[in-house]
Ligand binder design. Structure first.
Ligand code: TRP
Length: 333
């Protein structure tokens, strides 16, 4: 029996952080034993908002690949491939752009958010506005039905499925499958400063490769409850970043619930909950950082993993492209 296909990816703009881990990497670790999984090093998508810093995008490829391998993505089970070296993805993107309107692209909530966040004003790179069509190409080229992503990516999967339905309607048959986003229940992990989005550029992220000192400093500076001044005061758990992170990473749920109750009542200091979180994060990141350091000493191996993965993905995506061209009723050679 063939396994259902998983496709997901990351823009290659630098090392991944624990927000990626909670949002999607944990799910990917699970899927590699039950599904046929592809991970895309999305360098062409990274270029859509980094055209002036291509060096960052190039260097990011190795960083993200190292993160994948360090957290336990096994190249024998999961195919890691490079977006810019899969021509079928670009070709499908061009076809799909005819099945989506500019108005629909502008209405995509993720795109709207990102345009605001990046301060493009009226100077939006065309590639950026159109990347939802390219992401639809990424997903459908592998005929993926499962896409593990963070909550912010849901509108992109929705838009992918709209394109899929248009293609299938035009073809008069199901050339492409629809995909489902797999999003963690806990929702998005906020930045250490309490801002909704954790990002490296926002300076409020904890990298999966963070040093012990960086982890300690991040937890120390973490936003809690500004009104919880003395240990005896009752504190708020909601919106308290330390508890949000404990919710995401603390496996001892019983103790965690007791701590929340005690914090709400009063009598539990911030330093105690911060120490608990720091221990958990050090234990989570420590082994990953060690493996990453080892792997970084052998770039030829990492390169070989990417090369072989891209080779495998090439024939797969090429086949889908031909099926779409044929399904649309275009001339076939
Ligand atoms: N947009 C994703 C991000 O910003 C990266 C990405 C590119 C992706 N292609 C994809 C995610 C396909 C899921 C499926 O992180």
């Amino acid at each position: 029996m063939t396994r259902p296909v998983v496709l997901t990816g990351d823009r290659t703009t630098g090392p991944l952080h624990i927000g990626h881990y909670a949002g999607s990497l944990l799910n990917r670790l699970r899927f590699q034993d039950t599904h046929e999984q592809f991970l895309l090093l999305a360098d062409t998508q990274a270029l859509t908002d980094n055209a002036h810093t291509p060096d960052k995008v190039r260097l990011g490829v190795m960083e993200v690949a190292l993160d994948y391998l360090a957290i336990g993505i096994d190249p024998a089970k999961t195919t890691i491939c490079l977006q810019s070296h899969l021509p079928a993805l670009a070709e499908l993107s061009m076809l799909y752009l005819n099945f989506v309107t500019v108005a629909r692209l502008e209405r995509n909530p993720t795109i709207k958010d990102e345009i605001r966040g990046r301060g493009f004003g009226r100077d939006i790179p065309a590639g950026f506005l159109c990347y939802p069509a390219a992401q639809a190409a990424d997903i459908t080229a592998f005929k993926a039905t499962v896409v593990p992503v963070g909550e912010d990516q849901a509108p992109l999967i929705e838009q992918t499925n709209e394109i899929v339905r248009r293609i299938n309607t035009t073809a008069g048959r199901a050339v492409l499958p629809e995909a489902q986003a797999v999003i963690p229940q806990a929702g998005r992990l906020p930045g250490v400063d309490g801002k909704a989005k954790m990002s490296k550029s926002g300076g409020n992220a904890i990298a999966l490769s963070a040093s012990p000192d960086e982890i300690a400093a991040a937890v120390k500076a973490m936003f809690t409850d500004p009104n919880h001044l003395r240990v005896e005061d009752p504190g708020r758990v909601e919106g308290n970043v330390v508890f949000t992170y404990l919710d995401a990473f603390d496996e001892d749920r019983t103790t965690l619930e007791e701590l929340k109750a005690q914090y709400r009542r009063g009598g539990l200091g911030d330093s105690k909950i911060k120490r608990r979180l720091e221990d958990i994060l050090q234990a989570l990141i420590g082994p990953t950082r060690e493996r990453r350091t080892q792997l970084a000493k052998d770039p030829a191996y990492v390169l070989d993993v990417i090369r072989r993965g891209t080779e495998k993905a090439r024939s797969r995506t090429e086949t889908t492209k031909r099926e779409v061209v044929e399904g649309l009723g275009l001339f076939m050679l």
